[in-house]
Ligand binder design. Structure first.
Ligand code: DAH
Length: 359
């Protein structure tokens, strides 16, 4: 009887059935020789051991044997079943091993792993941390305030009542008529004076917002505010502190220049220039005109002045008793000069080739 012709009732004599059973394992083995994949092996398991498979068909035929022939046929069926199961299990195991080995082909376990990508601090953060570090050593406390600020802290208490023309330069996004994205860190002067009694010495780094967007302005940028209030201090203290900060940031040979200016919340007020860190104040680099300071040899980096008595009055400090000074510097500007970054937009493009250089 051919293996493809399963034992049926017509062929149900003992000899024929034993013959079928004896041949099953061999046939399975040769079929397995052609089965390369796990799926092929599973298909053969169904063909030989499945509910309607070859062994099951033989068992059906056995039911029709005369009772005295059944024990011998039953034994042969059990033997065939065990042999088939062993063959299929072993085949499955070797295919699994082969699949695993193939998955690791070319894998060299001795090659060192790739180091995980490590972040670095943003140049703006680095400058803020450095300035805070320098001023902390002089006794200033670092303070922070909300970026969504009220009109009074941002403008009114700083001598900029509604419709004051100085507001025009600092237009911003309004959340309501009196709540806005702060346009500078100067509201931290107001908040600090309201929260503390003199002497006050604080610095406030943070984000500020203005309706400004071109090659040299971004709608969000960073400032660092400084404020010192005491019974006795003067513009020369301010100058000394700023000179110290600038020399720590840009080198001991950095020179400072104070230009008279105007801010509503300081009187007198000044803008401070430092000697150009690129051309060392000469206006030229190796004979070519310095592009950074536009040959002037000077770079503007901050605004400052003596706290206006009107501001003291707003926060409840007696203007007859207290004096103070304040300054506000742009962080991106300082980072550009310190690290030689030519384009402001690079700070906010999140290009890792740029950011990865500031380890
Ligand atoms: N808040 C000013 C601005 O954003 C900068 C400034 C000028 C801050 C003078 C000060 C200061 O504290 O005294 O333009």
């Amino acid at each position: 009887m051919s293996p493809d012709t399963p034992a049926t009732a017509d062929t149900a004599d003992k000899r024929a059935l034993l013959d079928v059973l004896e041949r099953l394992a061999g046939e399975c083995e040769s079929a397995l020789g052609q089965a390369s994949s796990l799926e092929d092996v599973e298909a053969l398991r169904v063909e030989f051991l499945g509910r309607k498979g070859r062994l099951a068909q033989a068992m059906n035929a056995m039911a029709k044997l005369p009772p005295q022939d059944k024990p011998e046929a039953g034994k042969a069926a059990n033997t065939a079943k065990a042999a088939l199961a062993a063959l299929l299990d072993a085949a499955l195991e070797t295919r699994k091993r082969a699949a695993a080995a193939a998955a690791f082909a070319g894998f060299d376990p001795t090659v060192p792993g790739r180091p995980p990508l490590q972040g670095s601090l943003h140049p703006v953060t680095l400058v803020m941390e450095e300035v805070c570090d320098i001023l902390s050593r002089l006794g200033f406390s670092v303070v922070a305030g909300p970026e969504v600020e009220n009109d009074w802290n941002n403008f009114e208490a700083l001598n900029m009542p509604p419709d004051h023309p100085a507001r025009d330069m600092q237009d911003t996004l309004y959340v309501t008529e009196s709540i806005l994205l702060r346009t500078h860190t100067s509201p931290l002067q107001v908040r600090s004076m309201l929260a503390r009694k003199p002497p006050v010495a604080v610095i406030a780094p943070g984000k500020v917002y203005r309706r400004d967007s071109d090659l040299t302005h971004t709608p969000m940028f960073h400032q660092i505010e400084g404020l010192l209030v005491d019974t006795k201090t003067s513009m020369s203290d301010l100058r000394g502190v700023l000179a110290h900060v600038c020399r720590k940031l840009f080198g001991d040979d950095t020179r400072l220049r104070f230009r008279p200016s105007f801010f509503p919340f300081t009187e007198p007020s000044a803008e401070v220039d430092i000697s150009c860190a690129i051309c060392k104040g000469t206006g030229a680099c190796n004979g070519t005109p310095c592009r950074v300071c536009k040959t002037t040899g000077w770079l503007e980096i901050l605004g400052c002045g003596m706290v206006d008595p009107g501001v003291f009055a707003q926060v409840g400090y007696d203007p007859e008793t207290y004096v103070g000074w304040a300054f506000g510097m742009g962080v991106e500007r300082i980072a550009m000069l310190k690290y030689g970054i030519g384009d402001l937009r690079m700070f906010f493009e999140n290009d890792l080739r740029f950011l990865g250089q500031f380890y």
